[in-house]
Ligand binder design. Structure first.
Ligand code: CA
Length: 227
């Protein structure tokens, strides 16, 4: 269970977000103004903040800067402002991810899960070891049977996400969300292409898998190979 603070002045959106997260088992507090939100963030050291940019008393990006001055808590920004420039500015200002209004409950859930998981893996110490495969998220290095793997940034992220959830089937949509940060656009074809490159570097193929197992119609999972 994580402690989440929702800062949003729109009553309906605030309730939708708070109820969705509470239903997922999170401990949720909410605020309708920037000042109340700041008071809560300082007061209850949350695990995640959902922050609307259009607030009545202060612009959400100002609040984000104030939060960043005191805390490294993950922040997902809600914005009505579409367009790459405002999204890039928001991420530069210290947001971890963003949702553009109107967004669906599924989008909200996916972003929250991804951000909490990233925060969790950042806290985890040391490399992940699965059989002969070693994946170190902090140094972004991976090796197989003691030999360093030469992976592109996307290939590494793909391997890291699968390693963090070893034994679990991860859907291509989730991989789109976590590696490409595009849960609802983009093409699953990129996932397939990068998976096949990753397979090749791991010295295996879809026909003769070892670490990477495709579960047809569901997704892919990383497992310790049978010797
Ligand atoms: Ca608003």
């Amino acid at each position: 269970m994580s402690r989440v603070i929702v800062v949003e002045d729109d009553f309906e959106i605030r309730h939708l977000v708070a109820e969705t997260l509470a239903r997922q088992g999170h401990d949720v507090e909410s605020a309708a103004t920037a000042m109340e939100g700041l008071r809560q963030v300082v007061g209850s050291s949350p695990d995640l903040v959902i922050l609307d940019l259009g607030l009545p008393d202060l612009d959400g990006s100002e609040l984000l800067r104030m939060i960043r001055a005191v805390s490294q808590v993950p922040v997902v920004v809600i914005t009505a402002r579409e367009g790459d420039e405002s999204v890039v500015r928001t991420l530069d200002a210290g947001a971890d991810d963003y949702l553009v209004k109107p967004f669906s409950v599924a989008q909200l859930e996916a972003r929250v899960r991804a951000v909490l998981r990233r925060a969790e893996s950042g806290r985890r110490d040391g490399p992940i070891v699965i059989g002969g495969l070693v994946v170190d998220p902090s140094s972004r290095e991976a090796s197989l049977d003691g030999e360093p793997l030469d992976l592109s940034p996307k290939e590494f992220d793909l391997l890291r996400v699968l390693a963090e959830r070893a034994g679990e089937v991860v859907s291509k949509r989730e991989l789109m969300a976590e590696v490409w940060r595009e849960p609802y656009g983009g093409s699953e074809r990129s996932v397939d292409v990068h998976l096949s490159w990753l397979r090749k570097k791991l010295g295996e193929s879809a026909q003769q898998p070892r670490y990477l197992r495709t579960v047809h119609g569901v997704g892919v999972k990383l497992v310790e190979p049978e010797s």
